[in-house]
Design a protein around this ligand. Structure first.
Ligand code: SAM
Length: 237
């Protein structure tokens, strides 16, 4: 449906990523550069003509739909509580990159690794598996890289915490990494170094956390609050 005040969007691609759930997805794509995924272009954009020239581009902007946090237009979020501010402080929705947005649109710049017929291989992703992509544009360094830009709310990347692997987890990461053809240990380290647990939780060493990456459940604990140890990788049943 389209009228002067309403527009409809149609996906032009679907993202295939390691992330089956929102937990532990990096908050921005550049925070986990090793995370690779594919964009499956949908008809009619799966035609080679739609991506002609794109092989000359190193990075692309993805406009996508936050399809798992669709906002109810009758209950608009004017303010959000960004996790970066501890989840308590409020900020205007337009001052934040929160997922609850007026039109549910997200914007990520990712590395373009390969252009294949009907598929783009990309690196550095913060998208759930199955995310609908509604537009793809080339990153234009002279226009998009603003050297004088500042943002005092998010002046620097979030602090990282140390991530270790148990001998079992390290061996499993090597085996499954070879099977999936992915730098699995690096991906897990980059995702968990953001410390995905809620900011208010003070984890005890006995408590185990888990997240699904590809077809694996990655299990870790906090030997101390500022350190993660990956315990094991289990196939998701
Ligand atoms: N880079 C984008 C932006 O600035 O618009 C996304 C930033 S948002 C803070 C990133 C988070 O969105 C991820 O950590 C994940 O939890 C969530 N997310 C990713 N894909 C999603 C989807 N399809 N639906 C809902 N939430 C999603």
């Amino acid at each position: 449906m389209s009228s002067a005040s309403h527009y409809s969007l149609r996906p032009i691609a679907i993202a295939h990523t390691p992330f089956a759930e929102k937990f532990a997805i990096p908050r921005q794509p550049s925070l986990a550069p090793s995370v690779q995924g594919e964009l499956e272009l949908l008809p009619p954009y799966d035609d080679a003509r739609a991506v002609a020239g794109l092989e000359q581009v190193s990075h692309i902007w993805l406009t996508f739909v936050f399809h798992q946090t669709l906002t109810n237009h009758d209950k608009p979020h004017l303010q959000v509580r960004p996790p970066r501010l501890g989840g308590n402080e409020k900020l205007g929705v337009f001052a934040s990159r929160a997922t609850h947005r007026p039109n549910n649109l997200g914007l990520s710049v990712v590395e373009l690794l390969e252009v294949r017929p009907g598929r783009l291989l990309v690196g550095g992703l913060d998208l759930l598996d199955g995310t609908p992509i509604v537009d793809i544009r080339p990153y234009v360094p002279y226009a998009d890289h603003i050297t004088t830009a500042k943002n005092d709310i998010a002046a620097a990347p979030p602090p990282l915490i140390r991530v270790d692997f148990s001998p079992t987890a390290e061996q499993q990461a090597q085996q499954h990494g070879a099977r999936l053809a992915q730098p699995l240990q690096q991906v897990i380290t980059q995702c968990l170094a953001q410390d995905p647990k809620p900011a208010y939780q003070n984890p005890t060493p006995e408590r185990e956390y888990g997240v699904q990456l590809w077809d694996l459940n990655v299990v870790w604990h906090y030997p101390s609050p500022e350190r993660i140890c990956v315990l094991r990788l289990e196939p998701v049943s």
